[in-house]
Design a protein around this ligand. Structure first.
Ligand SMILES: NC(=O)c1ccc[n+]([C@@H]2O[C@H](COP(=O)([O-])OP(=O)(O)OC[C@H]3O[C@@H](n4cnc5c(N)ncnc54)[C@H](O)[C@@H]3O)[C@@H](O)[C@H]2O)c1
Length: 492
């Protein structure tokens, strides 16, 4: 299976738009194909709408954004894509027909994944050429923020196709959950539907409003579910003896039963109650407004969970490690007779302040990303930090010399000035790529810290020797005129 540089989308509605936003953000080109030409404007709008929340998800260095193109020629898309994600309406004969057609135009090593919420892969692959590369890759709305994607193979799917899909989804920041057996609705929608049926019953029977039922989740189980699933939570609910006690205590009531599960008749009256109830909950806010609110808290929750290395936070943490590693691998090697060139990045719209230029805090971030590249090369990575050591910044002096605007490409050069057993001193330049102008300098003092003991500690040999070798090489360069400069207001 091939490396994915271009994602082809078949159907560009709600879900296709979400896939586009996520893939583009992480540097994958997207060819979006839909039978309706008007969907081009729609998908471009959907990508723009997703961007503010996606941009806040991580401050790790990102590759340049992917390029989005649109076509109504599904077969042309299939001929160019490295991976195809199908998101057309949930109708089996339609999906079967379109997947069969597209499979004739896509090379046999191109994975074709269906976003289907409930159809079975064995049915979808029925008439396809090279059916072994068909999988279900079922995402959740909004695809650009929720990491879960269920991976389901059909009778003829190869394990390689599932592995290749998992690799690609991981690359764009997702959590691939392999489903062992194909069943209608996969795992999550089967669970969600059980809850949904109970909701419809309780609204139908006049037991509760839609708002009260949502309260019953968001103030309680919903908070737990973000990091631990029902099974783990019930294990805790059993006290010291855990799940066994829980089952003895509450198992008998499963026989009563509390739940109905057969769906109620969808009468006009029930539909009205559901519609009126949710409209009241929206309290005049548009779908767009509510989506923004949802996106903002989804970003915030994942960032909090990252601190606990749990659930979606663990996925985010792994994504960031990958992004930092890729940035380090991409940076040019040290060249004798020149400062290091460690980071190159595009100034993103959200980095701009009210004067229209790169805002102060982002200079620190860009210089920080450059140092991350340098330190990774000398062995300071996630494992090193987890083992209890990390260099800390003790002091930074930034000079702002020229303006840097939105979408400018900038790069950082770095000179190692001094190093001793526990400290090192760096001098950076931030340059505009278009004209090489030095836009800012930063001088930094770093301390090597034993994070468990909470105090400075000697560097390990690899780090110390690496920095010392660079310092010796950089001593041959002219010493930066601003090195050691303080801040003053000279008279006259
Ligand atoms: N909406 C969700 O929450 C959600 C979540 C997960 C998965 N899904 C699944 O994703 C798929 C798409 O759902 P959606 O909500 O994005 O639907 P949608 O109606 O928003 O989009 C479907 C798109 O497919 C296009 N289309 C129709 N026929 C086509 C054809 N022959 N060739 C190419 N394009 C065609 C339509 O023009 C439309 O733009 C479904 O299988 C659905 O089950 C939906």
């Amino acid at each position: 299976m091939r490396q994915v540089k271009t994602l082809g989308l078949l159907g560009t509605g709600v879900i296709g738009g979400g896939w586009a936003a996520r893939a583009l953000h992480f540097g994958i080109d997207v060819i979006a194909a839909d039978v309706k030409p008007e969907m081009e404007a729609w998908i471009r709008g959907a990508v723009a709408n997703a961007e503010p929340a996606l941009a806040r998800l991580t401050s790790a260095p990102l590759p340049p954004k992917g390029k989005l193109s649109f076509t109504t020629d599904l077969n042309a898309m299939a001929a160019q894509a490295d991976f195809i994600q199908e998101n057309i309406p949930e109708q089996l004969p339609l999906k079967q027909r379109v997947l069969a057609e597209v499979s004739r135009h896509a090379a046999a090593d191109v994975v074709i994944a269906s976003s289907t919420s409930g159809l079975m892969p064995s049915d979808l692959q029925k008439d396809m050429v090279a059916p072994e590369r068909l999988i279900v890759g079922h995402p959740f709305n909004p695809v650009y923020l929720l990491p879960l994607v269920e991976l389901v193979g059909g009778a003829r799917t190869s394990p390689e196709a599932i592995e290749a899909a998992k690799r690609f989804y991981t690359y764009i920041g997702m959590h691939g959950l392999k489903v062992r057996k194909e069943i209608p609705g996969h795992l999550t929608d089967r669970l969600q539907e059980a809850l949904w049926r109970e909701i419809l019953h309780m609204v139908n029977d006049g037991v509760a409003t839609t708002g009260e039922l949502d309260e019953s989740i968001v103030y309680g189980p919903g908070l737990r579910w973000a990091a631990m699933g029902t099974n783990q939570i019930y294990h805790l609910a059993g006290g010291e003896p855990g799940m066994r006690h829980m089952l003895h205590q509450f198992g008998p009531c499963l026989k009563w039963p509390w739940t109905k599960l057969e769906a109620p008749e969808l009468t006009e009256e029930l539909i009205d109650r559901m519609v009126e109830g949710t409209a009241e909950q929206a309290a005049g806010r548009s779908i767009r407004e509510l989506e923004r609110l949802r996106d903002d808290y989804l970003v915030a929750i994942q960032q909090v969970l990252r601190q606990f290395d749990i659930g979606a936070g663990r996925t985010l943490k792994a994504l960031e490690a990958r992004l930092y590693n890729d940035a380090a691998a991409k940076a040019p090697a040290a060249a004798p007779g020149a400062p290091l060139r460690l980071a190159e990045t595009v100034v993103r719209p959200e980095w701009i302040d009210y004067n229209g230029h790169l805002t102060d805090a982002r200079y620190f971030q860009i210089f920080g990303d450059a140092v991350d590249v340098l330190l990774r090369r000398l062995g300071v990575d996630e494992a090193y930090r987890a083992a209890g050591h990390s260099p800390f910044t003790a002091e930074t002096h930034v000079r702002y010399l020229a303006e840097v605007g939105q979408n400018e490409t900038v790069y950082v050069t770095t000179q190692v000035l001094d190093v001793d057993a526990k400290r090192f001193r760096l001098f950076h330049g931030l340059h505009r790529s278009r004209d090489g102008v030095l836009a800012a300098t930063a001088e930094q003092l770093w301390l090597h810290v034993d994070t468990k003991a909470g105090r400075t500690a000697p560097m390990p040999a690899r780090l110390h020797e690496g920095l010392a070798a660079l310092a010796a090489e950089h001593a041959k360069l002219p010493r930066p005129a601003d090195a050691g400069r303080g801040i003053s207001m000279q008279k006259g």
